[in-house]
Write a protein that binds this ligand. Structure first.
Ligand SMILES: Cc1cc2nc3c(=O)[nH]c(=O)nc-3n(C[C@H](O)[C@H](O)[C@H](O)COP(=O)(O)OP(=O)(O)OC[C@H]3O[C@@H](n4cnc5c(N)ncnc54)[C@H](O)[C@@H]3O)c2cc1C
Length: 390
């Protein structure tokens, strides 16, 4: 077992770290100011984001997981997770350009021309629309209907909590094409342009950003817009979701690490009862517990990512990493807020915002309870777990 990175991997990570330090970190003050003025959710604006992405591209950071033939770096999940941790140490929302939803690569050549390539180029934006008002965790139970009519499908129904749904030019939408066949066989994925007629409405949340509600009222999509095969949509949805179950805890590690750094700094400089508060065991334990949990999370994520890179089914390990990472970052955020006392509760510092933003980590792409359900089911079936080793 070798935990060392190759020289090339090390170089990529160092390049990311220096980009974060020189280009993203300086924007944190502006973000904090925008927060105080009540428009933090619009920061950075599209133009600034694009400028940053192009700057990163000059450094070779473009399309992390995008195959080389599409101009990407074709990195594996492990490197992507490590890079995600670095990026999320900075509180300014950022993602590298040149990326597209993993399942868009399943498209036909025509679909790739129309949807995948413009997405990679940053000219079009997509969203992933599975959840419905009556089916979230139980996604097998979606109701949106897609009825075949000649060369088209007519889509009717509602999607809710769709990230980027208000901004997207097109949606990857999952709908029932054959109710009798259940989820595996009866759900199909469609590429639906906004011009085809769906509408969207922003949903405000407790966090600094919000998803959208999408309404499809007899929206006509041509049969050539079926992504993958008719009836095979649910498998595509799961492929998308399992990927997120590794990347979300990687984000959690980055955020938590940054918060812990703030906690350590504050514990060193804040004086109470004649001593730096870091001299008190109560504070030290909060720092130590956070460090231990962050490290545990880092290795769970890295292992789940490594399995994926090796082509080994990692759904069990991804659920463990997602569950632990999502809970860990919420505990670390709460402790670091506590270490900062009253200051932690104000909007002078970003901690309260991070506390609000990371709460959703325990909800989307499978709630804590759903991860536990997956883990326990695997144990009971005897199909995974109990110290499995490859
Ligand atoms: C900000 C945000 C962004 C999102 N982005 C997207 C997106 O881009 N695309 C998309 O398709 N969806 C998205 N979602 C939806 C998200 O995946 C769902 O909210 C999530 O899966 C939970 O579904 P639900 O909200 O319907 O809760 P429900 O499924 O109704 O669950 C309610 C509660 O019951 C629990 N529960 C449910 N079933 C069980 C069970 N069997 N055992 C024990 N407990 C159970 C849940 O854990 C939860 O605590 C997003 C959600 C949010 C909040």
């Amino acid at each position: 077992m070798d935990f060392r990175l190759s020289p090339e991997e090390k170089l990529i990570l160092e390049t990311v770290q220096s980009f974060v330090q020189s280009d993203l970190m300086p924007l944190e003050q502006e973000l904090q100011q925008a927060e105080l003025e009540g428009h933090g959710q619009d920061f950075p604006d599209q133009e600034t984001l694009r400028r940053l992405q192009l700057k990163a591209r000059e450094l070779g950071l473009w399309g992390l997981q995008t195959p080389e033939e599409y101009g990407g770096l074709a990195l594996g999940q492990q490197m992507t997770a490590l890079i995600t941790m670095e990026i999320h140490r900075c509180l300014v929302p950022f993602q590298f350009g040149g990326a597209a939803d993993n399942i868009l690569f399943a498209g036909t050549q025509e679909q790739q021309r129309e949807y995948l390539l413009p997405t990679i180029a940053g000219e079009r934006r997509s969203c992933f629309a599975l959840t419905e008002p009556t089916a979230g965790s139980d996604a097998t139970n979606i109701r949106m209907q897609a009825v075949a009519e000649g060369d088209d499908f007519i889509l009717t129904g509602e999607k809710i909590f769709i990230t980027g749904g208000n901004e997207a030019d097109f949606a990857i939408v999952f709908a029932v094409t054959d109710r009798g066949k259940g989820a595996r066989g009866g759900i199909t994925a469609f590429l639906v342009d906004r011009e085809m007629g769906f509408t969207s409405r922003y949903i405000p949340t407790m966090g600094s950003w919000g998803p959208a509600r999408l309404t499809f009222n007899q929206v006509r999509a041509p049969r050539r817009n079926v992504l993958g095969e008719v009836g095979k949509g649910f498998e595509l949805a799961m492929r998308w979701i399992v990927n997120g179950r590794v990347i979300i805890p990687a984000r959690a590690v980055g955020r938590a690490q940054r918060l812990l750094e703030m906690g350590v700094d504050y514990a060193r400089q804040r004086v109470a009862f004649g001593h730096a508060i870091g001299d008190y065991q109560a504070i030290q334990w909060m720092l130590a517990d956070s460090e231990v949990e962050i490290e545990a999370s880092r290795w769970l994520v890295t292992h789940a990512a490594w399995l994926q890179d090796e082509g080994i089914d990692n759904h069990h390990e991804a659920s463990i990493a997602k569950l632990q990472g999502a809970q860990m970052v919420n505990r670390v955020a709460d402790r670091v807020l506590q270490i900062h006392g009253g200051m932690g509760y104000t909007k002078e510092l970003p901690i309260e915002r991070v506390c609000r933003d990371v709460r959703v980590f325990r909800i989307y792409e499978g709630t804590d309870e759903i991860q536990k359900r997956t883990i326990a089911k695997d144990l009971l079936r005897g199909t995974a777990g109990l110290g499995r080793w490859e």
